[in-house]
Design a binder for this molecule. Structure first.
Ligand SMILES: Cc1cc2nc3c(=O)[nH]c(=O)nc-3n(C[C@H](O)[C@H](O)[C@H](O)COP(=O)(O)OP(=O)(O)OC[C@H]3O[C@@H](n4cnc5c(N)ncnc54)[C@H](O)[C@@H]3O)c2cc1C
Length: 189
């Protein structure tokens, strides 16, 4: 059976659900997950999310440097810079989808400092930040009329040009994804 959507999203963690929410105004989205919507590593992340939020005491260069040091300089600098610089916008998106981060009595984010961070920049929700993110995104996804959730289905193969007889490797430029084979373990189809 072929099901057609404008976007196919595999996985219901923070990556999959936030992508689904970002593109859902452009077309129909299928969100596939191999078990229940809530079953993801995202749910279990406790500590919090690092982002520069207070430019009076912190800045992107410090966050980038801390991350490169913590990664023993093996990390891809371009990727680190992208993640660090885009973090505030992603935090804002999470908040707009309903995620609540703890605030102090002055109404500012209650920032923590941990791990390799030299500044207070960890946003958190009590000690269950991941569960707060997971639950809030599930509600936002379920509210969205353009997102169809398909639980308990496994993505078993991504369809690319290799299905047309073209040799595709990780180095192939412009790999296209036409869809995926999705298995329903209940029916075996
Ligand atoms: C105990 C713990 C504590 C953590 N603490 C922190 C922390 O404090 N701060 C922090 O920043 N990070 C933390 N992390 C890491 C963080 O949770 C992950 O980096 C993040 O959640 C990854 O999100 P994701 O959406 O990429 O993947 P996930 O949340 O793992 O989501 C993957 C999704 O893909 C689905 N899936 C996988 N394969 C298939 C398939 N073949 N077919 C269909 N569906 C499939 C899964 O069911 C799931 O829904 C922690 C992780 C753990 C486990």
């Amino acid at each position: 059976m072929v099901k057609k959507f404008d976007f196919l999203v595999i996985g219901s963690g923070i990556a999959g659900m936030s992508f689904a929410l970002k593109v859902a105004h452009k077309g129909k989205v299928a969100l596939i997950c191999k078990s229940g919507l809530e079953e993801a590593n995202t749910y279990f992340a406790q500590g919090g999310v690092a982002s520069v939020t207070n430019l009076l005491v912190d800045n992107f260069d410090k966050h980038i440097e801390d991350t490169m040091i913590a990664g023993d300089w093996i990390s891809d600098r371009a990727a680190v810079e992208k993640v660090v610089r885009e973090a505030p916008a992603q935090i804002e998106a999470l908040i707009n989808w309903g995620v609540e981060f703890d605030k102090n009595e002055e109404g500012e984010f209650d920032l923590h400092r941990e791990g390799g961070h030299s500044e207070f920049r960890i946003l958190h929700h009590k000690d269950n930040t991941g569960a707060e993110i997971q639950d809030s995104l599930i509600k936002a996804v379920q509210r969205h009329p353009n997102i169809t959730v398909i639980e308990n289905h496994f993505a078993v193969e991504i369809l690319t040009q290799h299905h047309l007889g073209v040799t595709v490797t990780r180095q192939t430029p412009d790999i296209k994804c036409y869809g995926a084979y999705i298995l329903d373990p209940k029916t075996g189809r």
